[in-house]
Ligand binder design. Structure first.
Ligand code: NAD
Length: 539
């Protein structure tokens, strides 16, 4: 068994560091050209001529690329290529497949790091640190640990018993057919992981990236090809989700969906798969990690400063566009009266602007649609009697889609911004009487349909335990005295249940198991030659 991988170290980008110099050079280089991004089907570039522009969210007048969108012909051809590529992909074996993805990890850790990080900073408006932990470290970890886990399966799943004259074994087969991987804009690492995790165990994939991350995702596709990914194993299809899904599901070889994105999109896809089922060759596996309404519950005995930092980082890093972002907090009145001035002052000092200016803590939200949706929540809260915007609340999309970090105080624990996913830099805080801790745990559990991440802040083991038990099903990733974001591969496998997904824990062995369909094999060494059993003999 090869040695267990280690998490990729996070580079600091301090002034004067080599990584800072190379990322700034790469950003300038990428901004100096407009890329033509093709579909990639069976390893071939396809320039369809039907294009959309990819712009920088914090500077939407700047065009990064013209992206060629897939039509029906490319989609059908991608599905066919994936099916055709599977046999030889299985034949090369697990070890050779892992070597390709380990090479991907090495390239990303080395010469591709600045390219992929710069493309993520420009395409998805991430600060250098947010890009580094996402598009470099997390994806390197996904690739290395998934290969490690997959190598462990063969031995783990061998039958326990082979009686004399019999040899039992289990073949770890992949699903038969192709996996449709539909990926979100907000993590380049997830975009890379969703098609490649099933590929490691022998599946092939049709990959539909988000229209808001075609640019950075195309860099990943090129990286995987440079690492030796054979044609057809992963087919890169920018284009309409509805068209790609419609065509993929009409192909009987559709074998699975690997999805990350919003709850509404996933629920629609699940229903479509149900309707397509009679025409499919097998029961498809459906894996989806979806929305969140992630919480922080503070107890009156909590560490005040720790809570301030967790609220600020948890809610506003990457403009709150993390599925795990803290977007609702339950804070005792006594604690709020002690921390509110400090929290609001510090949020007021947050710098926001261009991702190229490394002194910024925040940049823009992803697009006009997100900008309108988020500012709509702020506007409605401003008008509601039970809500008060105590910090931020401003927005401006003249140059980029900028929204100030905003806190809404509410007297209603069921107000819309307290229970719906906003996916922006908006934190809603419900203040409770200090004696109502247990009641507030119940409210937290029942208020929202989501169950992705959440935190408890308390200095007492008894209160932590109460929250641990009361919130057992309220979060798939539960944090104690920490912000609810920043899960690390192989440390806190990530995912939630209820409306937050199928909780198959991306970056862990449980996820990989969804893409295998084992075959049990019995070899008889002494084949019976007499059909009569012993009990049939006369006395
Ligand atoms: P989204 O649902 O808008 O899009 C996700 C993907 O689905 C995109 O590729 C999109 O093009 C595609 N899509 C949209 N409509 C489709 C349709 N009708 N048919 C087929 N495909 C379709 O989500 P997003 O805005 O890209 O990402 C943000 C969402 O993702 C948030 O809800 C966030 O919580 C969630 N998310 C969850 C996790 C997790 O691990 N739970 C991680 C990251 C993001």
């Amino acid at each position: 068994m090869p040695e267990q991988p280690r998490n990729e170290p996070i580079l600091g980008y301090a002034p004067g560091s080599p990584e800072r110099e190379s990322i700034m050079e790469e950003i300038d280089r990428q901004m100096s050209e407009i890329l033509e991004i093709p579909c990639i089907v069976n390893g071939e570039e396809v320039f369809t001529g039907v294009t959309m522009q990819q712009v920088i969210p914090h500077n939407h007048g700047h065009i990064l690329a013209n992206v060629h969108l897939a039509g029906k012909e490319e989609i059908e051809s991608a599905c066919l290529s994936a099916v055709k590529a599977q046999q030889s992909w299985i034949d090369i074996g697990l070890d050779a497949r892992c070597q390709i993805f380990e090479k991907c990890a090495d390239l990303l850790a080395g010469e591709w790091r600045a390219k992929v990080n710069a493309s993520t900073m420009l395409n998805q408006s991430k600060t250098v640190f947010q890009a580094e932990i996402d598009s470099a470290c997390e994806l390197i970890d996904f690739w290395r640990f998934n290969c490690h886990y997959a190598r462990g399966f063969h031995d783990d799943f061998q039958p326990l018993v082979s009686p004399p004259g019999v040899v039992n074994s289990t073949e770890i087969r992949p699903l038969e057919g192709f996996v449709l991987s539909i990926t979100p804009f907000n993590f380049t690492s997830i975009a890379g992981n969703l098609p490649s995790a099933p590929a490691i165990v022998g599946c092939t994939s049709v990959w539909k990236p988000s229209r808001n991350s075609y640019y950075s995702n195309y860099f990943l596709m090129r990286l995987m090809m440079e690492a030796g990914l054979p044609p057809g194993v992963i087919n890169f299809l920018p284009g309409s989700g509805a068209e790609i899904t419609g065509t993929a599901l009409s192909n009987p070889d559709f074998a699975g969906l690997h999805f990350t994105g919003s709850t509404a999109t996933f629920q629609g896809l699940w229903q479509e798969i149900g309707r397509a089922l009679p025409n499919l060759n097998s029961y498809p596996r459906i894996v989806g990690e979806t929305g969140g309404k992630d919480f922080i519950v503070a107890h009156p005995d909590c560490d005040r400063r720790g809570l301030v930092v967790a609220l600020l980082r948890g809610a506003f890093e990457y403009q709150g566009q993390k599925c795990s972002a803290a977007s609702r907090a339950y804070v005792p009145k006594s604690v709020w009266s002690e921390i509110s001035d400090e929290l609001i002052d510090e949020i007021g000092s947050i710098s926001m602007g261009d991702a190229r200016d490394l002194t910024n803590f925040m940049t823009a939200v992803i697009d006009k649609r997100a900008f309108d949706k988020i500012s709509g929540y702020i506007d409605r809260a401003t008008k509601r009697d039970t809500c008060e915007v105590v910090c931020g609340g401003g927005y401006d999309d003249s140059v980029g889609y900028f929204i100030q970090p905003t806190i809404i105080l509410t007297q209603d624990p069921n107000s819309e911004s307290m229970i719906e996913e906003i996916f922006g830099p908006v934190l809603t805080v419900y203040l409770y009487e200090d004696d109502d801790f247990e009641e507030v745990l119940k409210i937290c559990d029942e208020a929202s349909p989501y169950a992705l991440t959440g935190s408890i802040f308390s200095s007492s083991e008894k209160n932590i335990q109460k929250a641990f038990e009361a919130l057992r099903f309220t979060a798939g990733n539960f944090y104690i005295n920490d912000k609810p974001t920043g899960a690390v591969v192989a440390q806190q496998p990530f995912g939630g249940a209820r409306a937050s997904g199928t909780n198959d824990k991306a970056g862990g062995p449980l996820n990989l198991l969804r893409w295998i369909s084992p075959r049990s094999i019995k070899r008889t060494l002494e084949t019976p030659h007499d059909w009569k059993y012993q009990f049939m003999q006369s006395d």
